[in-house]
Each structure stands twice: as C-alpha cells, then as structure tokens.
Design a protein around this ligand. Sequence first.
Ligand code: HEM
Length: 137
Amino acid sequence: MPLLKLLHFASLLCWCGTLLYLPALIAAGTRRSDRLFYRDHAHLTRMVFTLIGTPAALLAIGSGTALFLRDGTLGGWLIMKLTAVTGMALCHALCGVLVLHIERDPERSVTRQCMALGVAIPVLIAVTLWLVLAKPF
Ligand code: HEM
C-alpha cells in the first residue's frame, strides 16, 4: 500500500478512535457524574486530547490534502466528504472546549453536550467513510 495512504489510514484510525472515546471520557470527568464512574482525570482527558487526538487529526487532514494534491482527485464525493470532515473537526474543537470546561468548573454537568457529541461523531465518521468508499457522486 502506498505510504501516503497508509499514513492517512493510520492517522484516521487514531483520530476517529480518540473522537469516539473523548465524549465519554469528558462526561466521566465531572464531579456531577455517577460516583461509580467519577475519576478526577481532567489531566488524562487533556493529554488524550492534546497528545493523541489533535496530532492525529492534523496528520489525517495533512495526508488527505497531500493525497488530493498528488492524485488531483476531484469529485462530488470529495466535496461532500470534506463537508463531513469539517463537521468532525468542529466536534473535535467542541471536545476541546468541554475539556477546558471540566478543568475550570468540574461541578457543572456536561452530560447533555457529551451525549450530543457522542451521537454526532459516529454519524459523521460513518458518513465520511461511506462517501469515500462508495463514491456515490
Ligand atoms: C481534510 C481531510 C481529508 C482529505 C483532504 C482527504 C482526502 C482523501 C483523498 C484525496 C483520498 C484518495 C481517494 C482515492 O484515491 O480514491 C482519500 C482516501 C481515503 N480517505 Fe480521506 N481525506 C480526509 C479525511 C478523511 C477522514 C476524516 C476519513 C474517515 C473518517 C477519511 C477516509 C478515507 C478513506 C477510508 C480513504 C480510502 C479510500 C479508497 O482507497 O478507496 N479521510 N482521502
């Protein structure tokens, strides 16, 4: 497999994996969450976000852009895919905002925001994968 595509896949796996995991990690980091699940782990959450999620997102987007520039690929599916990826990047940024929230105000519940992200993220990932694998347009 060409190295650039391999890099794209490897970074995607890390980015998508982190995005799927982060809402639950953030929700469990507030003092208002279920006692059983509560851990004072704002530091761990920030590390997952800054040391794994963000570099993987930058690599995924960078390698995708390099693939596009190298092969000159263009089609309706790519435009739609980039729209879905923009949604993923927005969810990533919102996770960052929630990480800051639980650090500054651990008493405030962020369960609803995390649940919304927990639904939006898998949907956006599935739509992106469908667009790139089925190329319906
Ligand atoms: C700005 C971000 C991105 C850009 C510019 C981009 C661009 C591209 C390009 C040009 C290809 C080659 C397509 C082909 O040769 O058929 C590709 C392949 C692929 N991308 Fe991305 N991509 C990005 C992000 C993502 C994301 C977030 C996902 C998944 C959630 C993803 C999943 C894939 C997959 C599965 C392939 C392999 C398709 C195949 O070989 O048939 N990409 N990407």
